[in-house]
Design a binder for this molecule. Structure first.
Ligand code: A2P
Length: 331
């Protein structure tokens, strides 16, 4: 049996990757509906040898039989159209930040909190790209050694800003002024992702803090984050510093990470082996390396975590959530 699936933002970076991932994973689809803005209406898209026409997203787009809608067209589109879809009985899996911190909306990373996906009111949120790749290995460490404090420093690719981010980098390299970012991203780093909040954090940093607590179900966990945009096209990197409750042996941590679902341990510094954005590009796993003790703390651990932000950080995780739902449907 197949499902009726809609994709909102089907022409975007994440939207087109939804299609790739659905095809690769053989997601059972009977009907496929593709939505974008009026600018794209009428464009043709190929999926599994069949041609589909992009429709303009309107309030009536969900007046039809549809099982799942995968949204990735930005927060304001999600805010307006996800509730309409949900009221029409469509289960929305939303890649924007619009509903992530709502109490009645599950925020799901399938390797970490799959059970949360089963208690939804037709909207399930896909976490922030950096948060997803961080919590996959953190979950295993938390289960074994109980995380006391987290410090994140991110190195985030321009594809996280969609096609506009990639354009700023490509055109900036040949001397054009930036259109998407407030400063050049070519040959530069911007400690500025999303808007600045009153407390001095950016909204991206606040997302990582709040979402980590929600997904790990540790509402009081101290988390600090500095998020930086770097001139890399694909793949976010995160330096993670952890303070753990329990004592650990570094070899036990390596072993736990090597066994963790969705994690690939790449940690052989003698041979210059560690994760990098170029090695994570196009992959669905979370790559972890530079696993070492932080000697400035009693029970401190440093990790370097890299993943493809458009795949595991967005499209793959969203499709994995849909897979959890169809698995549950079978039972
Ligand atoms: P469009 O291509 O028609 O503008 P990205 O962040 O990678 O640039 O992708 C953004 C996605 O969101 C695109 O598919 C884009 O469609 C879609 N989008 C933007 N504005 C709207 C809108 N008003 N209605 C529906 N989709 C939209």
């Amino acid at each position: 049996m197949g499902y009726k699936v809609g994709i909102v933002g089907a022409t975007g970076l994440v939207g087109t990757t939804f299609l790739k991932v659905l095809e690769e994973r053989n997601f059972p689809i009977d009907e496929l509906y593709l939505f974008a803005s009026a600018r794209s209406a009428g464009k043709e898209v190929e999926y599994r040898g069949k041609t589909y026409i992009i429709e303009e997203l309107t309030e009536n787009s969900f007046d039809r039989d549809m099982d799942y809608a995968l949204f990735s067209a930005g927060g304001s589109i999600s805010e307006k159209y996800s509730p309409i879809a949900a009221r029409n009985g469509v289960v929305v899996i939303d890649n924007s930040s619009a509903f992530r911190m709502d109490e009645d909306v599950p925020l799901v990373v399938p390797e970490v909190n799959p059970a949360a996906a089963m208690k939804h009111n037709n909207i399930i949120a896909n976490p922030n790209c950096s948060t997803i790749q961080a919590v996959v290995p953190l979950k295993i460490i938390d289960e074994k050694w109980n995380i006391k404090r987290v410090v994140y420093s991110t190195y985030q690719a321009v594809s996280g800003s969609g096609l506009a981010g990639i354009k700023d980098l490509e055109e900036g390299i040949v001397g054009a002024a930036p259109k998407n970012y407030p400063h050049p991203i070519a040959y530069n780093c911007l400690p500025h992702i999303d808007i600045f909040m009153e407390n001095g954090n950016t909204r991206e940093e606040e997302k990582m803090i709040g979402e980590t607590r929600k997904i790990l179900e540790k509402p009081n966990l101290p988390v600090s984050a500095t998020c930086v945009r770097v001139p890399v096209k694909h793949g976010h990197s995160i330096s993670v510093n952890l303070e753990l409750e329990k004592e650990f042996e570094i070899e036990d941590v390596r072993e736990a990470l090597a066994d963790a679902p969705g994690v690939v341990l790449m940690d052989d510094v003698a041979n210059n082996v560690y994760p990098m954005p170029i090695s994570a590009e196009g992959k669905d796993e979370v790559f972890v390396g530079r696993v070492r003790r932080d000697e400035s703390l009693n029970s401190g651990l440093n990790l370097w975590i890299v993943a493809d932000n458009i795949r595991k950080g967005a499209a793959t995780n969203t499709v994995q959530i849909a897979e959890l739902l169809i698995e549950e449907n079978k039972n």
